[in-house]
Ligand binder design. Structure first.
Ligand code: ATP
Ligand code: MG
Length: 424
């Protein structure tokens, strides 16, 4: 760049302002964000450079822009991004970049210049740059400055490595970079709510693995296929994940013998939570995530949430607890999980249960029922029969038949390690 004024086209990413609030952890957050951007762009010929204090510059060939834009839109921690002309930190270079940009734009009648500079050594203030460049653009185009409703906005950023001039600003997802908050395990049914719950926790920086319970062979493998499709879709936001498929049928057959239909769902859930906690310990997950929403169904009354949650000590994250079904559906539609979730399946929780489950569980009665079950044996058995699928996005090998398709299916080894780093 030095010496030459020739502007270079790049993609400039602004990281989310929330990261700026993180005090001593800021470096860690910024590194995670960069790392995730690099992973998201894997397979593209992109050159990624961090530009302090809070931006990332991406240089890539013209034909890779569309793909990169699509992927950046799914990276948590990104406030906004857009293509920009990058040039030297001089007034002449900025003017030259402006000329180059104007020559690519269709005519407009009003505009605004918005300048921000983190590089304070430049002799002009932001307001001065806005005024002078505004006058220049007005002269060149005949358009008028309109700060309220401009037809075109020109963003000027002065960063330590030069000026960035842009007319494109695509909003990012915001949130925190996946990984900064630690590793969690989401209970993923084939329904509408739990994928949204998992996604919301990803947006708070959680790395999420998934656990799905199925009643195969009492029912078809449909719910497992849905869980796979959902995990695959959600992996596009976190780059790698695992889906654990756990059998519930054996436990359910025992429950049918000892418990009345109205109590069964609560028993199923307590078993799920117990097993989820054990699995979480094995894989190093620090919390469980569910798609529960208060009062949505009979198993989600305050009483039942308490009875179900009482069997585990790990924190249970319920990001949808105060959301309405309409709001959850709207989010699922935006995410793209809705279409998968509404496909018919045979959910394990609807097997052998009453049409109306008890809204109020009596913890003592539930415990008495459990005392009649070989609980420990059933838990061990279910744990031993867990299958695990690994997902990667973007796919690691270019020869992979389907993007994000599970690369391996295997039984859970007794001490499954932390999520694999093979993705890098
Ligand atoms: P969802 O759309 O998430 O299935 P729902 O309204 O159908 O939600 P429930 O079926 O009562 O609610 O489930 C509540 C939560 O329990 C789910 O959000 C999920 O976290 C967990 N859960 C339910 N069924 C399963 C399952 N088969 N495997 C794993 N987790 C499950
Ligand atoms: Mg469900």
């Amino acid at each position: 760049m030095a010496g030459s004024h020739k502007p270079t086209k790049v993609l400039l990413v602004w990281l989310f302002h929330e990261i700026a609030l993180k005090g001593n952890n800021r470096r860690f957050f910024l590194q995670a964000a960069q790392h995730n951007i690099r992973t998201a762009l894997r397979g593209l010929p992109a050159h990624v450079t961090f530009v302090p204090p809070m931006s990332v510059r991406i240089q890539l060939p013209e034909d890779a822009y569309a793909d990169a834009r699509e992927r950046l839109q799914k990276v948590f921690g990104v406030e906004a991004f857009g293509s920009a002309l990058w040039t030297a930190a001089s007034w002449e270079a900025l003017v030259e970049a402006t000329d180059a940009l104007l020559s690519t734009l269709p005519p407009f009648t009003s505009f605004a210049i918005r300048c921000r500079r983190t590089e304070k050594r430049f002799p002009m203030s932001s307001a001065e740059i806005e005024r002078r460049l505004g006058a220049y653009v007005g002269e060149r185009t005949g358009a008028r400055v309109n700060l309220q409703e401009p037809e075109r906005t020109f963003w000027v950023r002065l960063l330590p490595d030069g000026f960035y001039l842009s007319v494109e600003r695509i909003p990012g997802l915001g949130g925190l970079p996946v990984g900064v908050s630690g590793h969690t395990l989401a209970l993923l049914s084939g329904g509408i709510d739990s994928p949204v719950a998992a996604w919301r926790m990803m947006s708070r920086g959680c790395r999420v693995d998934f656990l799905h319970f199925h009643s195969f062979p009492l029912v078809s493998t449909r719910s497992q296929e849905k869980a796979q499709a959902l995990a695959e879709m959600l992996t596009t936001y976190e780059y790698r994940s695992r889906l654990f498929l756990a059998p519930l049928a054996e436990f359910q057959q025992h429950v049918v013998v000892v418990a009345p239909p109205a109590s069964r769902v609560v028993l199923y859930r307590r078993f799920m939570f117990r097993l989820a906690e054990r699995l979480a310990h094995r894989i190093g997950a620090k919390a469980l995530i569910t798609g529960e929403s208060l009062g949505q169904v009979s198993s989600q009354t305050l009483d039942n949430l308490a009875t179900i949650g009482a069997v585990v000590r790990l924190p249970i994250l319920r990001p949808l607890i105060g959301m309405s079904k309409q709001d959850i559906i709207a989010q699922a539609r935006k995410l793209g999980t809705y279409e998968i979730s509404i496909q018919p399946d045979e959910d394990c929780c609807s097997l052998f249960v009453a049409r109306h489950s008890a809204t109020r569980s009596d913890p003592e009665q539930i415990q008495a029922l459990e005392a009649r079950l070989p609980l420990e044996m059933l838990l061990q058995q279910a744990l031993e029969h867990i299958k695990v699928l690994h997902f990667h996005f973007p796919p690691i090998a270019r020869t992979s038949p389907l993007p994000g398709a599970p690369t391996t299916a295997e039984a859970l080894s007794p001490n499954d390690p932390e999520p694999r780093e093979a993705a890098r």
